[in-house]
Design a protein around this ligand. Structure first.
Ligand code: HEC
Length: 134
């Protein structure tokens, strides 16, 4: 009996799986608690994927009034009102649009490749944590 188990599960294998599992735990458990920073995490995403259109003179700004060059601009929203509901990414238009939960033609960035999933999650966590200017 013992020799049979030993043949299938070698000590080295057990050690590797345990190490991999232990290394994964903080990532899984820590996800919700990790503090997202507007300046360090969110702003660089807006700058690389949104600001070309959402600044004075850009298509997105001229059409919607949304200026994504600053925290103040993001929180002011469009000419129709705010796009961020602090604490509530489920109803925040910002999250609805970048996650493709609205009509496909409203997906942001407009006519471009969507944000990567991890970028969508950074912005989602930031809104969930209160959308602070941190
Ligand atoms: C290639 C240009 C372009 C890029 C890049 C772009 N947008 Fe837009 N955006 C537009 C245009 C044009 C509009 C107005 C027309 C519309 O609502 O579809 C708009 C409108 C919006 C609106 C308002 C929609 C409404 O309900 O009124 C939001 C919110 C928005 N963009 C967010 C973003 C975010 C966030 C990014 C980056 C992830 C981004 N946009 C990138 C062009 C762009």
């Amino acid at each position: 009996m013992m020799t049979r188990i030993k043949r299938f599960v070698r000590p080295g294998q057990v050690l590797v799986s345990a190490t991999v599992f232990a290394a994964m735990l903080p990532a899984v458990a820590g996800h919700a608690a990790e503090q997202v920073s507007f300046a360090l995490d969110v702003k660089p995403i807006l700058e690389s994927r949104c600001v070309s259109c959402h600044q004075p003179g850009g298509d997105g700004y001229e059409a919607s009034g949304l200026d994504l060059t600053s925290y103040q601009g993001l929180m002011a929203g469009t000419k129709h009102g705010p796009i961020v509901v602090p604490g509530d990414p489920a109803t925040s238009n910002l999250n609805v649009l970048i996650e493709g939960r609205a009509a496909p033609e409203l997906l942001m960035p407009h006519d471009e490749r969507p944000l990567l999933r991890y970028q969508q999650l950074i912005i989602r966590d930031w809104v969930r944590q209160g959308a602070r200017n941190n």
